[in-house]
Design a protein around this ligand. Sequence first.
Ligand SMILES: N[C@@H](CCC(=O)N[C@@H](CS)C(=O)NCC(=O)O)C(=O)O
Length: 200
Amino acid sequence: MKLYFSPGACSLAPHIALAEAGLPYDTVKVDLRKHVTADGTDYYTINPKGYVPFLALDDGSTLSEDAVILQYIADRKPGTLAPAFGGFDRYRLMEWLNFVGTEIHKTFGPLWYPITPEATRTAAKDRLAARYGIIEKVLAAQPYLMGQAFSVADAYLYTITRWATPLKVDLGAFQALAQFMARVEARPAVQKVLAAEGIK
Ligand SMILES: N[C@@H](CCC(=O)N[C@@H](CS)C(=O)NCC(=O)O)C(=O)O
């Protein structure tokens, strides 16, 4: 498997999942400003969507979209990073992946662009505070989104929540979230991936 990534971007989540699963993998760094890979290849010729993460499988097939790539990786090591397909817990995991993807990840989006008007920034930050309020209640009662065990949903939440610091989103009110971030960051696989991406 080959993961196309950019340091600290949302591709960090599947990068963590690959390391947590202990699977063999390669990585290719993508410059998202120029949309070229480290060897100068036009990234659009690899992934027409132009964004990371992107997973190239050994048989030549490919996958995009964080929530899907994360589940694909988890299912390569059953019973570790996701509940089995078919059971209710799997739907709970998908609920979290969708929540992180659509309510957290994409709400941070406009904050990356200098042209975003101040009113839009304020609205995005208010929305994030409301959504993190929901997560805070869950993490005050259990160490991870799914309960006692780390899952790919935690890798995704950790990855996106790291953006709060550079984007000046104040999450100071969320103590359980802060403890969650420290808990995830302390995991050996996460440390290894942060070092590999050069963002430790
Ligand atoms: N729908 C995609 C969105 C991925 C995404 O937003 N990727 C960002 C980095 S976090 C990116 O590569 N942006 C560069 C671009 O869109 O050209 C997913 O869920 O994986």
